[in-house]
Design a protein around this ligand. Structure first.
Ligand code: PLP
Length: 366
């Protein structure tokens, strides 16, 4: 078996050996040992965001999109209306999901390089009383932009609406304190800043919102109320759980605590990002976003305008050297992305920069 590549992606990403090692056994899904593991998972997920006492953790099998779909299906009733705040592809995806679920939905859109503006959200909520829920993407992974969570949450709470937060690429690293930031439902997954393996999404939800949502979901599998009631009844999953994924995520959450929690993780990611940005600038690349709105999660770089670099060749050359980068997802400009998250530190980024420099030297010589 060849060695794992270094993943410089927004997930799945490079995991710690202990996290991968936690998957090397079998678990009976209805056995007390796995029920205890599930309880530890749910408790640790709440603790990451200070949600003990105010929220409940509801994990769901699948990728991150599955939990977003389940939250929209469950929390919005037929008479409700969702307002999605969009500055990238993941906001657009929420609109698509709401439409598929037959829920009323509207959007406010900003250019991909601009953060969501809380004042415009306040205006929209005052102008349309039929909006019952507002959805925001905390870090829009399309570009790596950070949206103003606290300000938007305050506006939504002030206007008395429910607030759904896609914290997929921020949960576990960027600041989120449910004791001081009012959020009805936080949505995230196992394989981003928590550094678990893919296969699990989860929601941290206010129990009153879940109680009100009984019977809303047009989907059986994507019913978070029923999923929650299952856990509350006997600590078990309704349907086959991804047992190894759960074991890996619990191990990864123990690792997060040992590292010093989300603040320490953010510092490591920031150091990764700073190392990357300084090196890339030295090599002549420019960052797509203004640094003032950039989160230390994933960096979008513009393709050099001279056309000398072709993404596919660049990708292949770096892959040969053991590094997997990520294509761009911008609608407006040629770009590529480099993730700063995962079980990686500054030294990995120094090695990456050497590999990029070597790649460029070879392609220029050709
Ligand atoms: C990764 C991600 C998702 C979910 O994507 P999946 O591919 O379904 O895991 C949703 N929102 C954001 C902001 C993301 O970064």
């Amino acid at each position: 078996m060849s060695e794992s590549p270094i993943l410089l992606t927004p997930g799945p990403l490079t995991t710690a050996p202990g996290t991968r090692g936690a998957m090397m056994r079998d678990w009976g899904s209805r056995d007390p040992a796995f029920i205890a593991l599930t309880a530890e998972l749910r408790q640790r997920l709440l603790a990451v965001a200070g949600g003990e006492g105010s929220h409940v953790a509801v994990p769901l099998q699948g990728s991150g999109t599955f939990i977003v779909e389940a939250a929209i299906a469950t929390l919005l009733g037929p008479g409700d209306k969702l307002l999605v705040l969009i500055n990238g592809a993941y906001g657009e995806r929420m609109v698509t999901i709401a439409q598929r679920m037959g829920r009323a939905v509207e959007a406010i859109r900003w250019p991909e390089e601009r953060a969501v503006e809380p004042e415009r959200v306040a205006e929209a909520l005052r102008a349309d009383r039929s909006i019952t829920h507002v959805a925001l993407v905390h870090c829009e992974t399309t570009t790596g932009i950070l949206n103003p969570l606290r300000e938007v949450a305050a506006v939504v709470a002030g206007e008395g609406r429910a607030f759904l937060l896609d914290a997929m690429s921020s949960f576990g690293a960027l600041e989120l304190d449910l004791r001081t930031t009012p959020v009805t439902a936080v949505l995230a997954s196992s394989n981003k800043c928590l550094e678990g393996v893919p296969g699990l999404g989860f929601a941290l939800i206010q129990p009153a919102a879940l109680e009100r949502a009984a019977g809303n979901s047009p989907s059986l599998s994507f019913d978070l109320h029923a999923q929650w009631k299952g856990f509350e009844k006997d600590g078990q999953w309704r349907f086959t759980p991804p047992v190894q994924v759960v074991a890996a995520l619990v191990e990864a959450l123990r690792g997060l605590e040992a590292e010093g929690g989300p603040q320490a993780r953010r510092r490591r990611y920031q150091e990764n990002f700073d190392t990357l940005l300084a090196g890339m600038r030295r090599l002549g690349f420019s960052l797509f976003l203004d640094e003032a709105v950039q989160a230390p999660i994933i960096a979008t770089f513009r393709m050099p305008a001279d056309g000398r670099l072709v993404f596919r060749d660049f990708y292949d050359a770096l892959a040969d050297r053991g590094f997997l980068i990520y294509p761009g997802k911008l609608t407006q400009a040629e770009s590529f992305r480099i993730g700063c998250i995962g079980a990686l530190d500054r030294r990995d980024f120094e090695r990456l920069l050497e590999a990029i420099e070597g790649t460029l030297a070879t392609s220029q010589a050709a």
